[in-house]
Design a protein. Structure first.
Length: 409
């Protein structure tokens, strides 16, 4: 029979880099592509890690998991990055135990996003959790934690205005276009990449710019064709990318490639263009910004846009933090109970043995007596559980619970 070891929160880590200390060019060195996610999960057992997930977005790259020490998680993560583990460790924040739990709650609610309240993080979190679970790399602690984080995020969204208005990286791109380009029916827009961010950007183009002169290109042509049909737009195969880059006035890139897909060579002598790169790592070659008539904007530039909606969101932070504190307390209570489950089961077993040994009279063998004493056992076990949770102790309550039961027997 397999022995399940109690989960020790002291070995739970949240380690990562984000926009606060690393710009997009640095974050790009540690971005994880789809194949990288798979490989990390496959390599994890060799690093003595049996439960983890990785969150890699335009804002951050983080690894959450149980390990003997944080260095193992960093080394595992960096097997799939261009950047090395020494550079990552130098820039990274490392939290463990309850601090790591709190960090994930804040990330899930959008409190730690580059654009405050950006709700796109929840979809990204669900996706990576699904992948870890499919690989058997999600223990009960992590699964329960993420479920609580998603519930907390939903409550924050419904009961506060932290995600009120329309502000996200994809919408910030639309704001930038509106402020810097005069759009008319002849303005040609090219969107490269129709994943989650690309899809949101595409809908914002239609809704807020009131244009349908948009061409979609995606590595998976079916995905682009489906979105184009849904919104009444055009699509083109990837092999036609070069031609559409040359003829478009505005180019938005939201692909998830490990290397640039829009090169400076595509843009030479192509006239005036606005290019917005929503990808991390950059999917537009940085040298393109030096070409005449080319304006290149990245996610870090977009996040600095001043907006009244963001000011209103700042005022909602205390309410969101209160919700998170309540949700986190509930999770920590669950963890304490699960950690103490072996001790509580031992107490219950011992009390049942004592009760059975005392069954000497006909009355003791009656159904009513068994019911009453079962209730008494449950009551004593519950009292012990409350004391364990309050004082974070186990052993001393074993004898105390037995004494309490005997005193009322």
């Amino acid at each position: 029979m397999k022995i399940i070891k109690p989960i020790d929160i002291a070995h739970f880590f949240a380690i990562g880099i984000n926009y606060k200390k690393a710009d997009a060019s640095i974050r790009g060195q540690f971005a994880i592509c789809n194949e990288g996610y798979q490989r990390i999960l496959e390599l994890a057992p060799a690093y003595n890690i049996d439960s983890l997930f990785v969150l890699s977005t335009c804002n951050r790259t983080e690894i959450y998991g149980f390990a003997p020490n944080s260095d193992l998680l960093i080394d595992l993560l960096c097997t799939q990055t261009k950047g090395d583990s020494e550079t990552f460790a130098e820039l990274a924040y490392s939290k463990n135990g309850a601090k790591a739990v709190e960090h994930l709650f804040n990330v899930g609610a959008g409190l730690d996003s580059q654009i405050l309240g950006d709700y796109e993080i929840t979809g990204q979190l669900k996706q990576v959790i699904k992948l870890s679970k499919a690989h058997g790399m999600l223990n009960s602690f992590l699964e329960r934690l993420v479920n609580n984080v998603l519930q907390s995020s939903k409550t924050v969204k419904n009961e506060t205005k932290l995600s009120g208005g329309t502000v996200s990286v994809s919408f910030a791109a639309i704001q930038y276009i509106k402020r810097h380009v005069e759009i008319n029916h002849a303005t040609k827009i090219l969107l490269v990449g129709t994943g989650k961010i690309g899809r949101n950007t595409c809908k914002n183009l239609v809704d807020y710019l009131k244009t349908s002169n948009v061409t979609l290109i995606n590595r998976s042509e079916d995905k682009a064709a489906q979105l184009a049909a849904e919104l009444g737009l055009k699509c083109a195969p990837l092999c036609d990318l070069d031609d559409h880059i040359k003829t478009s006035d505005i180019i938005l890139v939201a692909s998830n490639a490990c290397e640039p897909v829009v090169l400076a060579s595509h843009l030479v002598n192509c006239g005036e263009k606005l290019i917005i790169d929503l990808s991390v790592p950059y999917n537009v070659e940085e040298f393109a910004a030096t070409l005449p008539n080319i304006t290149l904007v990245n996610v870090d530039m977009l996040s600095k846009l001043n907006d009244e909606t963001l000011k209103a969101r700042e005022a909602e932070k205390p309410k969101a933090q209160e919700i998170i504190a309540i949700q986190m307390d509930g999770f920590m209570d669950w963890y304490t109970m699960s950690k103490n489950a072996p001790a509580l089961n031992a107490i219950k077993t011992k009390l049942s043995q004592i009760y059975q040994q005392q069954e000497t009279s006909l009355y003791r063998n009656s159904v009513r007596s068994i019911f009453v004493d079962e209730k008494k056992i449950q009551c004593v076990v519950k009292m012990a559980a409350n004391k364990m949770r309050r004082d974070n102790l186990q052993g001393c309550y074993y004898l105390e619970a037995i004494n309490e039961f005997m005193a009322t027997a």
